[in-house]
Design a protein around this ligand. Structure first.
Ligand code: MN
Length: 365
């Protein structure tokens, strides 16, 4: 007797993606489509059920139209789905799960109470650890008593593993001792948007973050996956399955002289599937004014091929070089302005850099 299920979390349906300009509405749609793909993977893998470990929704105040649309996707699921409330869509009085607009059908259970749900045909106890409010200093696992006489024991929880990097005390903390000491077969975690630990590297522990199936932004290390879990008495196998539609990619470039322009162009050329790729290019170092401008012009030409290109040059400084001065009359107002700005030690280097850039563009036209 073995059991197989899909573990997902943090779909964050209703996220506005407002910083993504013209892409925002496609990114919002992708979050509902991610749910469709999760269900499809469950069917393909012949899973027994699906668990959603919190934050299916971005909040408890999202549009009822979107809640209905999500419910209708869940209605189409051929598999049972077990959902807990995360900290965004917590189980408080105003919970979206208590709204009549959320009618996903009887095969979908939102487990808001802290009480085991026994699935007798699978010989399994689920321990659902729904969040009851936005923040808490209490572990979501604290109520669990493993006194149920089933063969398999699986918890579903939403919060922060305290062994991780970003600990806030009121972020539903869970310690390693607690996670391991419960002696459960598996703990399906939500809240972190990247998969952790990576089952391709380690299969040792009993607790995993699935991460979000659809990336929510830049800087996520390993998002866009679901986990397929197989439990046999005495053994556990966890598989990471990529399901993301969009890719968020950070490109870091050290800028210097004219060669930087070609370097960046080559980086853009090497990227696959530009139509589904969102790029944040982060420029570092120091470059001349004309080089900085040439970099921006080159990136502008690439922009239309990609889903999104964002330039972050907050980490670079410009400094006028010989080539920049050569474009203007020596001793003329442009040259004098550059020199004055360059020699003014009392301004913040970033502000000076910005002023030099603006002056350059102004005098060039
Ligand atoms: Mn969360």
């Amino acid at each position: 007797m073995s059991i197989r299920f899909i573990h997902t979390a943090d779909l964050q349906i209703g996220m506005t993606a407002s910083g993504s300009g013209a892409m925002a509405s496609a990114l919002r749609d992708a979050r509902v489509q991610a749910l469709e793909r999760v269900l499809a993977v469950g069917r393909e893998r012949n899973a027994d059920f699906i668990v959603i470990a919190g934050d299916l929704f971005e909040g408890n105040d999202i549009s009822l139209e979107l809640v209905r649309r999500t419910a209708s996707v869940l209605q189409s699921s051929p598999l049972p789905v077990y959902i807990i409330a995360g900290n965004h869509d917590h189980a408080g009085p105003e919970s979206i799960y208590r709204n009549n607009a959320f009618e996903p059908g009887n095969h979908v259970e939102v487990l808001l109470e802290h009480t085991p749900r026994i699935l007798e045909p699978l010989d399994l106890a689920l321990y659902p650890c729904s969040c009851l409010e936005r923040r808490s200093e209490t572990s979501p696992l604290s109520w669990i008593q493993k006194d149920v006489s089933t063969r398999f024991h699986v918890a579903i929880a939403h919060g922060s593993w305290t062994g991780g990097p970003r600990l806030q005390e009121n972020d539903y903390p869970m310690s390693t001792e607690e996670l391991e000491g419960l002696g459960l077969d598996y703990i399906a975690l939500g809240h972190w948007h990247s998969t952790y630990p990576d089952p391709d590297r380690t299969q040792s522990g009993a607790f995993y973050y699935s991460g979000t199936p659809e990336p929510t932004g830049f800087g996520e290390r390993d998002s866009g996956n679901v986990l397929f879990v197989e439990l046999d008495p005495g053994s556990r196998k966890v598989e990471k399955i990529p399901v993301a539609r969009y890719k968020f990619l950070d490109i870091d470039v050290q800028v210097s002289d004219e060669t930087s322009v070609a370097d960046i162009a080559r980086k853009f050329d090497s990227l696959d599937s530009p139509d589904i790729t969102l790029v944040r290019i982060r420029l570092k170092g120091v470059a001349g004014l004309s080089v900085h401008e040439a970099i921006h012009e080159m990136i502008e030409q690439e922009r239309s091929r990609f889903a999104l290109v964002r330039i972050d040059d907050s980490g670079m400084l410009v400094s006028p070089g010989e080539k920049d001065f050569a474009q203007f009359a020596p001793g003329g107002i442009a040259s004098v302005t550059f020199r004055l700005l360059e020699q003014s030690d009392d301004i913040d280097p970033r502000l000076r850099s910005r002023a030099l850039d603006l002056a350059y563009r102004f005098f060039k036209t």
